[in-house]
Design a protein around this ligand. Structure first.
Ligand code: OSB
Ligand code: MG
Length: 369
């Protein structure tokens, strides 16, 4: 396939609620939406998961815009692409900037599947037509507020509850959750808020049967995590620390975690996500699909990826209505009893709501190839 045009859009969508993690609070979602067009006028869509500020990772909306315009798009000029896997190879000379790469690569995967007339999940080799999902809940003003929110989502049927923790909002909070909900699948995500010296505090979490603790230590660490994992009964899951197949291989070799969270943007695309999935499958390491408060396009990509056979734990891909009054896809993503039905439509499986896209667009730039 020959790519003819790439349209970059900077969108801003108001979130229904602020989302607080150990690194800060998000009230608005700003991101880059990528549209890749072929010579027949078909469009593939991708979404960058980079946030405006570099608190989750070093990438930002602006660095992604720069990388895509000045380095990634030029690498696609005059190329005839027969399979999306080739995008990963074409982008290889550019170091890191995985979220920027994944935004383009995801759009090419969608276009590829649409040209073949098959759903993206089938193009990826996915097998499941329903996926189980959980929900990620931010830090709240009070524990009562948190318990109330958890109850709402447990009643909705979400299969697993993830809560954010940080020093001062951890052991006591988890204890109260366990008192009220003794049997739910529960996990905690620290987003790198602890250091190895916090071992005594983290050890106290062992009594609450958490499915896992996600990324307790530094965002670039796999060595201290291995030390910590040896001291804890609760499985550790890595999020921020895993940027590639190679990172995953090394973390597993070191024993830095027992579970891996795959985020397409963080690892540079669907092709790399599949490789990490396959590695974990070979090593019987559970994987699940993380979330970055995505709008509809990113959400649809997460759903397609999660159909791969070894996504055995519920992910963070909740319903569109949890985040948005109006999503940019039609229909929006719905969850019933903690389950998403995977759609059989070609490509990402959802239509674009172009009117919504227009409404949320702050800036748009067309690049001809
Ligand atoms: O660490 O998984 C994370 C949101 C923003 C940044 C990082 C993370 C998260 C979430 C929310 O946990 C997942 C979602 O609902 O999309
Ligand atoms: Mg996380």
């Amino acid at each position: 396939m020959k790519l003819k045009e790439i349209v970059l859009r900077h969108l801003q969508m108001e979130m229904k609620f602020p989302f607080t993690t150990s690194f800060g609070t998000m009230k608005n979602k700003e991101f880059i939406l990528v549209e890749v067009k072929d010579e027949e006028g078909l469009s593939g869509w991708g979404e960058s998961v980079a946030f405006p500020s570099p608190f989750y990772s070093e990438e930002t909306l602006q660095t992604n815009w720069h990388m895509i315009e000045d380095f990634l798009i030029p690498l696609l000029k005059d190329k005839d692409i027969s399979h999306p896997d080739e995008i990963t190879s074409l982008f290889e000379p550019i170091k890191k900037n995985n979220m920027a790469k994944a935004a383009i690569e995801g759009a090419v995967w969608d276009l590829y599947a649409k040209r073949k007339g098959i759903p993206l999940y089938q193009a990826l080799g996915g097998e499941n037509t329903t996926i189980d999902v959980g929900i990620s809940i931010g830090i709240q003003e009070t524990v009562d507020d948190l318990l109330h929110i958890i109850k709402t989502h447990v009643d909705e049927g979400y299969k697993r509850i993830k809560v954010k923790i940080k020093p001062g909002w951890d052991v006591d909070v988890i204890r109260e959750i366990r008192c009220s909900f003794p049997d739910i699948l529960l996990m905690a995500d620290a987003n790198s808020a602890y250091r190895l010296e916090d071992l005594p505090e983290l050890k106290k979490l062992d009594e609450f049967q958490l499915m896992m603790i996600e990324q307790p230590l530094a965002s670039d660490d796999i060595v201290d995590h291995a030390v910590l994992q040896r001291e804890l009964q609760t499985p550790l899951c890595l999020d921020e620390s895993i940027h590639s197949y190679e990172d995953a291989r090394k973390a597993l070799q070191l024993g830095s975690c027992k579970i891996i969270n795959i985020k397409i943007g963080r690892v540079g695309g669907l092709t790399e996500s599949k490789k990490i999935h396959d590695l974990c499958k070979e090593n019987s390491i559970p994987v699940w699909c993380g979330g970055m408060l995505e709008a509809g396009v990113g959400r649809a990509h997460n759903i397609a990826l999660t159909t791969l056979s070894h996504f055995t734990m519920p992910g963070d891909t909740a319903a569109s209505s949890r985040y948005w009054e109006r999503d940019i896809i039609q229909p929006e993503v719905t969850v019933q009893g903690g389950v998403i039905q995977v759609r059989d439509q070609a490509g990402i499986g959802y239509d674009m709501d172009l009117e919504a896209v227009k409404k949320f667009t702050l800036k748009e730039k067309v690049h001809s190839l």
